[in-house]
Design a binder for this molecule. Structure first.
Ligand SMILES: C[S@@+](CC[C@H](N)C(=O)[O-])C[C@H]1O[C@@H](n2cnc3c(N)ncnc32)[C@H](O)[C@@H]1O
Length: 269
């Protein structure tokens, strides 16, 4: 059982976590996130919350178990991601690239601009690049903080982009709607046939898909939500023409450090 002590929750060491307790743990974490010091690294936030629990007198083992519950919940509940990314976008540290993704830049070279969708657009680095090239861009993201920055940057550049605050799990991609779909470093559940089908259906004939993210094989311990299994991605997109597929080590646009990356450019026949 969790006991509320002056706004703080303490869990007795012997008790097992029930559904209600998990709801309290989750609410406490989200409450803490709102006032947490901005950081570019989600790991810093998670470690910060653990420290906060320990400072509040939560035993070490219990703090670990709460963190495990939070991580588990984050895989299925996007509220945490909104707040984590709002926190990241409020940070002044440069932990990610604000330039357009290089794979996207090369993929659109010499192509006639059309309608583009930037899924999980973040601060809009790719949307703004595409708009400047004459594309009619729509971008969505769960982080309203990211979208505000994207709109501000677009306005300063004298460009128009259409933005929507939305969870990718519920976003209406439409059917035969986009000449280009961009997914860079955004959680893309390639193992879920429904999600994959939605993306493929949303492309117009001859429309193309650009994907880049961190790569790891399914089942690897400690995978990040944005990790993509390259073999899975290839299998998911085989009905498309695969124009480029790389499973490589290179500097990631996010973290700006060397990492295993997957890159895909594919076109709908
Ligand atoms: C690592 S950032 C990448 C942002 C952008 N695509 C880029 O490459 O700069 C991941 C983005 O995915 C967004 N995101 C995470 N989960 C999401 C979801 N379920 N629906 C929509 N956006 C989501 C985050 O808010 C964040 O802006």
């Amino acid at each position: 059982m969790l006991q509320r002590l002056g706004g703080a929750c303490l869990l007795s060491a012997a008790s097992a976590l029930g559904q209600d307790d998990i709801a309290i743990i989750w609410a406490d974490f989200l409450g803490w996130l709102k006032s947490a010091k901005p950081s570019q690294d989600p790991g810093v936030l998670i470690r910060g919350y653990r420290r906060h629990l320990l400072e509040r007198g939560v035993p070490d083992q219990e703090a670990g178990s709460r963190i495990a519950r939070i991580m588990e919940r984050m895989r299925t509940n996007s509220d945490g991601w909104r707040q984590i990314f709002n926190n990241i976008y409020a940070s002044a540290d440069g932990g990610f690239s604000t330039r357009p993704n290089a794979l996207l830049v090369s993929a659109v070279e010499n192509r006639t601009p059309g309608k583009a969708l930037d899924a999980g657009m973040g601060q809009g680095r790719n949307s703004i690049f595409l708009a400047a090239k004459g594309w009619q861009v729509t971008g969505f993201d769960i982080s309203d903080g990211g979208i505000q920055i994207a709109q501000k940057n677009a306005a300063s550049a004298g460009l128009k982009i259409n933005t929507i605050v939305a969870d990718g799990a519920h976003f209406d991609y439409g059917s035969s709607r986009w000449d280009l779909i961009v997914i860079t470093y955004e959680p893309f559940p390639v193992s879920d046939p429904g999600s994959v089908q939605r993306i493929r259906d949303a492309l117009r004939p001859e429309g193309f898909l650009v994907v880049e993210s961190f790569a790891s094989d399914e089942g690897t311990a400690g995978r990040k939500p944005v990790d993509i299994d390259p073999a899975r991605l290839l299998r998911a997109m085989l009905p498309l023409r695969i124009l480029r597929l790389e499973d490589t080590v290179d500097i990631a646009d996010w973290t700006l450090e060397k990492a295993r990356l997957v890159r895909l450019v594919a076109q709908k026949p």
